[in-house]
Design a protein around this ligand. Structure first.
Ligand code: AMP
Ligand code: MG
Length: 415
């Protein structure tokens, strides 16, 4: 990963769009790829275009059950009688040739016999023994699927940067492609900071809480298909923090921390980070999730997320996830957004863009609506768990009255 150094201006508040742009400009995709068997390639990012080695379908075949014949034998009017000379089934082609005055019984998907160029549906034919009577109406080429009609030999079917879906695996299999070249997995290390944090299995003493961010991060990162290095909880001690940053930067393409980037903590962590690399401390005009640190520790991209559980998730989804996709060489697509009526009143102060937690659901009339999950504090992780979407309110917007159209981003689109 070779990257430009980032030095961004420091306006009082950076918009989400500006932050995204600074991050985008500061990162380059990792290099390195590997060959993967199809089943192991699900969710991986293609490292090169894939073109088809064959025509699909590979041979002309019938789209109907009926009779394969030569168009020249179709009657201009009245009826014509053709001699039935054999049968073509899917997987069992007719090996002979259809000559003038002849036809072959053919089933859907069966290879069109040599000599034939047209299929007449059985509903439009009448058979008596070995004679088939065809009326007028059918035209040359009817019900014939041509070779390469779906995909032509050499055609690019999937582009570099594509994250492979189940349908893509099927598509590749249909072309006989057993292995693909994918980008190597992105290595992402993370740790939580905070003297109050305890890991699962430990007993809470007075003033302590369980570390939840490492678990949400684990979940969000797992879905992205990156290699995860969980570095645990790091105490708010200078030496521990320095050591952890060094270790993370040494082993990972990306280091993500949570906590310790708010005002107060910032000077302390900032000093450490500045001695190890180039890191910007931003105040982002989004709620939840104002503080964010972004920069480089050597070749390792660094994201310092806010400590509050909802803030760290919102910041991850809005700013870090697209950055990780970019680093993985993935073509980044804007997650789906919908405009739907909001059934509850939303409190909002103009100034920052809100990413409120919402529940997207169908009302009794079958119309898609959204409602608030309730209390929107950045520490209320249960609101995130109940939600299935963000309700995105632009910076300038104030309170939203019930019934107003709002923009929502379903979590499903965030992976
Ligand atoms: P900080 O950003 O370190 O000032 O933390 C802000 C708030 O988030 C404090 O209430 C912390 O206790 C809480 N917090 C920080 N890190 C975590 C974490 N990993 N899990 C749960 N809560 C956290
Ligand atoms: Mg802290």
């Amino acid at each position: 990963m070779s990257q430009e150094q980032n030095s961004t201006p420091r306006p009082a508040l950076l918009s989400v769009a500006q932050a995204l742009e600074y991050i985008r400009a500061g990162l380059k995709p990792i290099t390195g790829f590997e060959q993967r068997a199809l089943r192991d390639a699900l969710g991986r990012v293609l490292a090169s275009d894939v073109s088809s080695p064959i025509d699909v379908p590979p041979h002309a075949n019938s789209a109907m059950d009926g009779y394969a014949l030569r168009a020249a034998d179709l009657p201009p009017d009245g009826e014509t009688a053709l001699q039935l000379i054999g049968t073509a089934l899917a997987g069992h082609p007719y090996s002979g040739t259809v000559a003038s005055g002849q036809c072959v019984r053919i089933m859907t998907g069966a290879k069109l016999p040599t000599g034939a160029d047209t299929v007449v549906m059985q509903e439009n034919a009448r058979r008596e023994g070995d004679t088939v009577y065809i009326g007028n109406g059918p035209r040359q080429g009817d019900h014939v699927r041509l070779p390469g009609e779906d995909i032509a030999n050499g055609q690019i079917v999937l582009q570099q940067g594509r994250q492979l879906t189940p349908a893509d695996l099927g598509l590749l299999a249909s072309l006989g492609i057993a292995e693909v070249k994918v980008a190597r997995r992105l290595r992402v290390a993370f740790f939580s900071t905070g003297d109050e944090l305890r890991s699962l299995g430990e007993t809470l003493q007075e003033g302590q809480i369980y570390d939840s961010n490492r678990y949400t991060l684990y979940g969000m990162l797992s879905r992205l298909g990156v290699e995860i290095i969980d570095m645990g909880v790091v105490r708010d001690r200078r030496e521990d923090i320095v050591t952890a940053f060094r270790q993370g930067a040494a082993v990972a393409d990306v280091l993500i921390t949570s906590g310790g980037v708010s005002v107060g903590d910032a000077d302390y962590v900032k000093e450490t980070l500045e001695s190890l690399g180039k890191v910007n401390f931003w105040k982002i005009a989004m709620k939840p999730g104002k503080p964010l640190a972004f920069g480089l520790l050597g070749e390792t991209a660094f994201f310092g997320l806010p400590g509050n559980p909802v803030s760290s998730m919102a910041t991850f989804y809005q700013l870090v996830q697209p950055a990780l996709q970019q680093l993985m060489g993935q073509t980044v697509q804007q997650p789906l957004r919908l405009r739907v009526p909001c059934m509850t009143r939303l409190k909002k102060t103009p100034g920052r863009a809100d990413y409120q937690r919402g529940i997207l659901e169908y009302d009794a009339a079958g119309q898609l609506t959204v409602r608030s999950t309730g209390a929107q504090g950045s520490h209320v992780l249960s609101s995130m768990s109940r939600a299935n979407c963000f309700i995105i309110l632009p910076a300038e917007c104030g309170n939203v009255e019930a019934g107003t159209l709002v923009e929502v981003q379903p979590f499903a689109g965030l992976i």
